[in-house]
Design a protein around this ligand. Structure first.
Ligand code: C2O
Ligand code: CU
Ligand code: CU
Length: 459
C-alpha cells in the first residue's frame, strides 16, 4: 500500500508547529515507489518575507523525507523541472554504483524536462540524506537537500520519529538569496549562511506527547558549517552517528556535526505539558536555538531504558593485518588551468587538491582515479590534511572505520564522512566490497567545487 502523504512527510511539515500525532509504535511504514519533481518555487523562510527562486524535490514545499526499508528495492523517479541539469546522490547509501548519482562517473546529468529512475536497495538502516551532485553549491544553496530514512525490521520502541534537516540559507533581510559564496572564503573555511533553519523553518516548534520516547534524526545538510550542537532539557542519548549505532550511547552535549554528518538521538520528552526541549547550535556568543520540542498532553511515562539497542549494520570488518595503506593528501591546488565549465557548472576557481591533483570539473572525460582497489581486499586510508582548514572528507558507496588520529583520541566509529581537522592525519579502514567509481571529496561544497574532489575505483 502507498503511504499517505502524512506518513511520507512525518515530522517535516512546513508549518511552524507540527502535531506529531502519527506515531510509529507498532506500525510499519512501507517502502513504496515515489517520484521526486525537482522544481523551482517561492517559499517563506524568513518570517514576513518570501524567498523567490528556491529549489525543492517537490513542487509545493520542502523536500520530502524518503522512507525506505532495509533490503527492499525502492524506486525513485527523478523528474527534472529545473531550467538546468541536475543529478541526485543518496548520501551514505551503499548502493549499486550506477544509482549513485554522480555526473559522468555514474550517469549522464539529467537534462531539463528529462527523468531518471533510481532503484535503491539499502543494506544499512539509519538516517541518511539526498542532494544534487551537479551545480551543487547553487542547487543545494537554493534548497535541494532532503532526508532519507532506512527503517529497520524491528522498531526499538520509539513512539515518534522526527527527522531534523539542519541547514543555513544565504538570505538578505528581504528574504532574497545573496551570493552563494565569496571566493576569498572558498579558499579558506567556506562561506557561512545567514539564516539557520530546521526543516526549512526558523526555530520551528514541534508538539510531541509528554513523557514519550522520540527518535530525533539530525542531519547537517548545510554547505559549509561545522557546528556544535546541544540538546537542552529532557533526558536524551546519542544512539547513532552517520547511520551507524554506537556501541555505547553518549550524552547529546557538544555533538560536533560537519556538513554531511548525522546523529540519531533518543529523547524522553518531559512529563509536564508545555515544557520544552531545545536543540541549540553552540556559537562563541552563546547557544542559538534552532528548534523546540514541546510536551503536550498527559505523560506517557516511558523510560529510555525501555528502548532496545539498535541493530548494527552489516559492514565488513577490515583485516588490518593484511591491509594495504593508501595515502591521500588534502592540500592547496598546484595551480594550472581553471576547471572546465561543463553543464554541471564551475565556480571558476581552483584552490584545493587531493594528492596534488585538483579536480578539473565534471566532464565526460574525468581524470584518472586516485586509487584502484581490489575487490574484497582491506585497505587503510591515511588521510593527511596539510591545510589550516577543516575538511569533512566523504567517500561514496563504502563505509569506513576510524582507526586513529595524530591529534586527538577518536572513537572507532563507522562512517562515510570523517571530519579532518586542520593539520590532522587520520587513518581509516575499509573493505573494498562495492565495485565502481566512488566519488571522494570534501563536503564543504565550495572546497568540493574548487578542486577537493576525486574518486576511488573498486574493480
Ligand atoms: Cu553528500 Cu558526493 O556527497
Ligand atoms: Cu555521498
Ligand atoms: Cu574542505
Amino acid at each position: 500500500s502507498r503511504p499517505t502523504r502524512r506518513e511520507f512527510l512525518l515530522g517535516t511539515a512546513a508549518g511552524l508547529a507540527v502535531t506529531a500525532g502519527a506515531g510509529l509504535s507498532g506500525r510499519r511504514v512501507m517502502a513504496a515507489d515515489t517520484t521526486l519533481t525537482v522544481s523551482g518555487l517561492d517559499h517563506a523562510i524568513l518570517p514576513g518575507t518570501v524567498t523567490p527562486d528556491m529549489m525543492s524535490f517537490a513542487a509545493d514545499g520542502p523536500p520530502p523525507v524518503l522512507r525506505l526499508r532495509r533490503g527492499q528495492p525502492f524506486t525513485v523517479d527523478v523528474v527534472n523541472q529545473l531550467n538546468e541539469a541536475t543529478v541526485v546522490h543518496w548520501h551514505g547509501l551503499r548502493i549499486a554504483n550506477a544509482m549513485d548519482g554522480v555526473p559522468y562517473l555514474t550517469q549522464p546529468p539529467i537534462e531539463p524536462r528529462q527523468r531518471f529512475r533510481y532503484t535503491l536497495t539499502a543494506p544499512d538502516a539509519g538516517s541518511f540524506w539526498y542532494h544534487p551532485h551537479c551545480n551543487t553549491l547553487e542547487q543545494m544553496g537554493r534548497g535541494l537537500t532532503g532526508m532519507l530514512v532506512v527503517e529497520d525490521d524491528e522498531n526499538p520502541g520509539f513512539d515518534q520519529d522526527l527527522p531534523l534537516n539542519i541547514r543555513d540559507f544565504r538570505l538578505g533581510e528581504d528574504g532574497r538569496f545573496i551570493s552563494f559564496y565569496r571566493p576569498r572564503a572558498a579558499a579558506r573555511g567556506g562561506t557561512l549562511g545567514t539564516v539557520s533553519t530546521v526543516n526549512w523553518a526558523v526555530e520551528p516548534v514541534y508538539d510531541l506527547p509528554a513523557g514519550s520516547l522520540v527518535r530525533l534524526r539530525l542531519a547537517v545538510t548545510d554547505m559549509t558549517r561545522v557546528g556544535i550542537y546541544d540538546l537542552a532539557g529532557g533526558a536524551a542519548q546519542v544512539i547513532a552517528l552517520d547511520s551507524n549505532p554506537l556501541p555505547r550511547p553518549m550524552t547529546p552535549d557538544g555533538i560536533i556535526l560537519a556538513p554531511g554528518q548525522r546523529a540519531d538521538i533518543a529523547l524522553r520528552m518531559p512529563d509536564a505539558e508545555g515544557e520544552t526541549v531545545t536543540l541549540n547550535l553552540r556559537l562563541p556568543q552563546g547557544p542559538k536555538p534552532l528548534a523546540h520540542l514541546r510536551a503536550t498532553g498527559a505523560s506517557a511515562r516511558r523510560a529510555l531504558a525501555e528502548l532496545a539497542p539498535l541493530t548494527p549494520n552489516p559492514i565488513a570488518e577490515p583485516d588490518l593485518a593484511n591491509a594495504r595503506i593508501l595515502d591521500f593528501v588534502f592540500g592547496w591546488s598546484p595551480g594550472g588551468k581553471p576547471p572546465v565549465a561543463g553543464i554541471c557548472g564551475t565556480l571558476g576557481y581552483t584552490f584545493w587538491s587531493i594528492n596534488r591533483i585538483a579536480w578539473d570539473g565534471d566532464s565526460p572525460d574525468p581524470v584518472a582515479p586516485l586509487a584502484v582497489l581490489k575487490p574484497g581486499r582491506s585497505y587503510v586510508l591515511r588521510l593527511r590534511n596539510e591545510t589550516p582548514n577543516d575538511h569533512p572528507i566523504h567517500l561514496h558507496g563504502l563505509t569506513f572505520r576510524l582507526l586513529r588520529s595524530n591529534k586527538r583520541p577518536i572513537p572507532p566509529l563507522l562512517t562515510d564522512t570523517a571530519l579532518l581537522q586542520s593539520g590532522e592525519t587520520m587513518e581509516v579502514a575499509l573493505v573494498a566490497d562495492n565495485p565502481g567509481d566512488w566519488a571522494f571529496h570534501c563536503h564543504v561544497i565550495e572546497h568540493q567545487k574548487t578542486g577537493l574532489t576525486g574518486y576511488i575505483r573498486v574493480e
